[in-house]
Design a protein around this ligand. Structure first.
Ligand SMILES: Cc1cc2nc3c(=O)[nH]c(=O)nc-3n(C[C@H](O)[C@H](O)[C@H](O)COP(=O)(O)OP(=O)(O)OC[C@H]3O[C@@H](n4cnc5c(N)ncnc54)[C@H](O)[C@@H]3O)c2cc1C
Length: 546
C-alpha cells in the first residue's frame, strides 16, 4: 500500500484493490464466456451483426480526467482515515468510475477522457465517516458511497453537480459480522460485506441470510439496503428490505440508529426512509437482519405451461394460497425459446416450448415436503406439466452466469440490457404487452430488429415484477440508442401503472421519472429530508431525488 496519497502518474497498480472484477465488464476475468459459433451465426442471421469482436481499449489505454483534488485535500483526507486508505491513483479511480449497466460498460470503452472520482477513500469507523463528511461539506467535495459497484442505474457515477470535486467512499472495511442473536434470529452485519462473505460468516454459525440477487458475488449488505434489492429467493425469504430489522446510518447531521423493536407504532417507520436512500441521505454502516438456520433440505422442480397467461395465473394461485416455495419464476414464450435454442436440453430434460417455470423449496424435511406437495397441487390444477428437477437444478447452477454473456454480446456489436418493473396482477398482462411494444418500436426506430424476453422474477399475493431482457444490434452511437429505447420503455411503464423500478433502484437513470412515481409533493418531502440530514448536499448528488 502506498503511503503517498498524491495522484500517481500513469496507471500504476491499484493501491486499494477490489475483489477480482473486470473494470470494463462484469465479474471475474477468469469466468469470461466467449460466444459460441452457434450464437455468432444467430447474431448474423437475426441482427445482421458480423459477430467479430470490436477492439476495445485496455485499462492502460483509458485516459481519466486528472484528479481535481489538491495535494492538501488529499492530505486532509489521509489525516482522517490514514494515508494507506486514500488514493488518487488512476488504477483505483477507474474501477470506481461507474457501475455495471450496459451504458456504464459502453462508457468505459470511450477513448476520450473519461470521468472518475477524484479520489477513493476507505474509512474504517463511523467516526472517520463523520469526519470525512464534515471535511467534504467544508471543502465542497461531493461524496459517492460505494459498496460493490454493481449498480445498473448510475448509482455510483461520479456526478459532481455544483461541486468542484467528488470522492468515492468505499465501505469495504465495514466487513464484520458484529453479532448473531440466535434467540431472536437476527444478525448485525457490516455494510461492506459482500454477499458471499456475509453468507460464509453466517454459515460458520449454522445460519443463512438467503439473499441471492444475480449480482450476489460482488454486491454488499449496505448496497442491498441502499437499493432495496430483491434476491432470487424472495418468495421464501422476502426482499432485502423485508429482512431489515434495524440499521445504522452516518449522515452529515449526525448518526441514526433505527429499528428498536420487531414492530412499532411510534410514528412512521424511519428505517423505510433510509432503505432505498441510495447514498443520498446517509452512509449505512451496519444492518440488523433477520436470519434463519441454514436449510437442511432443498428440492427443485421445473414446470412447463402452454403459455405465459396460464403460467402467470398458476404463480398467482401459488402466492395467493401461500404454499411456500423459496424460489418461483416463470419465463415467457420468447425467453423459454431462447433458453432452448442455447441449450436444446435444459438440465437433461427435453423442454418442448411453452413457458418454463422454476420452483425451489428449502427448509426442514417436513416443511419442504409439505410446501412442495401443496405447490404441486396448485400448479397441476392450473395447467402445469412437471419437468422434474433437472431444468430447475440447471437454472440454479447457472444463475450467476448470464451477465458474462451480456459482455460478450456487447463486444460482438450487440446491445444487451435488462430492465424491470412491477405491478398488480390485474394490470400485469397489459403492462407486459405495452413495455414489449415500446421496446420493439424504439429499437426499430433506431434501425435494429430486436429480441425482447421477459420473466416473472418476484411474485407477491397482489402482483409481480416483470423483468425484460433486450437484445438488438448496436446502431450509430449505442449510448444514445439505448438511452432512447430505455426512455420509451420507462414512459410505457409509467403509463401502464408500473413502478419505474422494482429492485434496481433509481440512481441517475430513473431519476427523471421520480416525479411521476411519487408526485411533486413526494419529491418535495424527499428534498426536505435531504436538506435536514445533508444541508450542504454533498451526498451522492444527481441521484434519486430530482
Ligand atoms: C449483473 C447484475 C445483476 C444484478 N442482479 C440484481 C438482482 O438480482 N436483484 C437486485 O436487486 N439487483 C440486482 N442488480 C443491481 C445491483 O446489484 C443492486 O442494486 C445491489 O444492491 C447494489 O449493491 P452494491 O453493493 O454493488 O452497491 P453499489 O453499486 O456500490 O451502490 C448502489 C447504490 O447504493 C449506494 N450505497 C452503496 N453502499 C452504501 C452504503 N453503505 N450506504 C449508503 N449508500 C450506499 C451507492 O451510493 C449507490 O447509490 C444487478 C446488477 C448487475 C450488474
Amino acid at each position: 500500500m502506498s503511503s503517498d496519497p498524491r495522484p500517481a502518474p500513469g496507471h500504476p497498480a491499484a493501491v486499494l484493490p477490489l475483489p477480482p472484477m473486470k473494470w470494463d465488464a462484469w465479474g471475474d476475468p477468469a469466468l469470461a464466456k466467449p460466444l459460441s459459433e452457434e450464437i455468432r451465426t444467430l447474431l448474423a442471421q437475426v441482427f445482421g451483426i458480423s459477430g467479430q469482436d470490436a477492439e476495445a481499449p485496455t485499462a492502460d489505454q483509458v485516459v481519466l480526467r486528472p484528479s481535481a483534488l489538491s495535494a492538501e485535500d488529499l492530505a486532509a483526507l489521509a489525516e482522517i482515515v490514514g494515508a494507506s486508505y486514500v488514493s488518487a491513483a488512476d488504477a483505483d479511480r477507474l474501477p470506481r468510475a461507474g457501475g455495471k449497466s450496459t451504458l456504464d460498460l459502453l462508457r468505459r470503452r470511450d477513448r476520450e477522457a473519461q470521468d472518475a472520482p477524484d479520489a477513493v477513500v476507505l474509512p474504517g469507523s463511523e467516526d472517520e465517516i463523520a469526519a470525512v463528511l464534515a471535511l467534504c461539506a467544508r471543502r465542497r467535495i461531493a461524496v459517492v458511497p460505494f459498496g460493490g459497484g454493481t449498480s445498473v442505474v448510475g448509482g455510483v457515477d461520479p456526478v459532481r453537480a455544483d461541486f468542484p470535486a467528488v470522492i468515492s467512499l468505499d465501505l469495504r472495511r465495514f466487513d464484520a459480522l458484529h453479532s448473531l442473536d440466535e434467540t431472536s434470529g437476527e444478525a448485525v452485519l457490516g455494510a461492506g460485506l459482500t454477499g458471499p462473505r456475509a453468507e460464509e460468516l453466517l454459515a460458520e454459525r449454522g445460519y443463512e441470510l438467503g439473499h441471492y440477487p444475480q449480482s450476489f458475488r460482488y454486491a454488499t449488505i449496505g448496497g442491498f439496503a441502499a437499493t432495496r434489492s430483491s434476491g432470487q429467493d424472495s418468495a421464501g425469504y422476502g426482499r432485502f428490505d423485508e429482512m431489515v430489522r434495524g440499521l445504522r446510518v452516518v449522515t452529515p447531521a449526525g448518526v441514526l440508529d433505527l429499528g428498536r423493536a420487531p414492530a412499532s407504532a411510534a410514528g412512521p417507520d424511519l428505517r423505510e426512509l433510509f432503505l432505498g436512500s441510495e447514498g443520498v441521505l446517509g452512509v449505512i454502516t451496519a444492518v440488523r437482519l433477520r436470519v434463519h438456520p441454514a436449510p437442511a433440505v432443498r428440492v427443485h422442480e421445473a414446470w412447463s405451461f402452454p403459455d405465459f397467461a396460464t403460467g402467470a395465473a398458476a404463480l398467482r394461485a401459488v402466492e395467493q394460497r401461500g404454499t411456500g416455495p423459496t424460489v418461483i419464476r416463470l419465463s415467457d414464450e420468447a425467453e423459454t425459446a431462447v433458453n432452448l435454442a442455447m441449450t436444446e436440453q435444459i438440465g437433461g430434460t427435453q423442454v418442448t416450448g411453452g413457458c418454463l417455470a422454476v420452483t425451489v423449496f428449502e427448509g426442514t424435511e417436513e416443511q419442504v415436503t409439505a410446501r412442495h406437495r401443496l405447490t404441486r397441487e396448485v400448479l397441476l390444477a392450473a395447467g402445469g406439466d412437471s419437468l422434474g428437477a433437472g431444468p430447475a437444478e440447471a437454472w440454479e447452477h447457472g444463475r450467476f452466469n448470464a451477465p458474462y454473456l451480456r459482455d460478450s454480446l456487447l463486444s460482438a456489436g450487440a446491445l444487451c440490457e435488462t430492465l424491470e418493473t412491477a405491478t398488480d396482477w390485474a394490470r400485469l398482462p397489459e403492462l407486459k404487452t405495452a413495455v414489449t411494444a415500446a421496446l420493439q418500436q424504439a429499437l426499430e426506430k433506431s434501425g435494429s430488429t430486436s429480441l425482447v424476453l421477459c420473466h416473472l422474477s418476484h411474485v407477491y399475493p397482489t402482483g409481480a415484477s416483470l423483468y425484460f431482457t433486450v437484445v438488438a444490434a448496436q446502431q450509430g452511437d449505442p449510448i444514445a440508442q439505448w438511452s432512447a429505447v430505455k426512455a420509451a420503455a420507462s414512459d410505457a411503464i409509467m403509463a401502464g401503472g408500473g413502478t419505474i423500478t422494482h429492485h434496481h433502484a433509481v440512481g441517475t437513470d430513473h431519476r427523471p421519472w421520480m416525479n411521476q412515481e411519487v408526485g411533486d409533493l413526494g419529491v418535495a418531502i424527499l428534498r426536505a429530508v435531504k436538506s435536514t440530514v445533508d444541508p450542504a448536499g454533498i451526498l451522492n448528488p444527481g441521484k434519486l431525488i430530482p
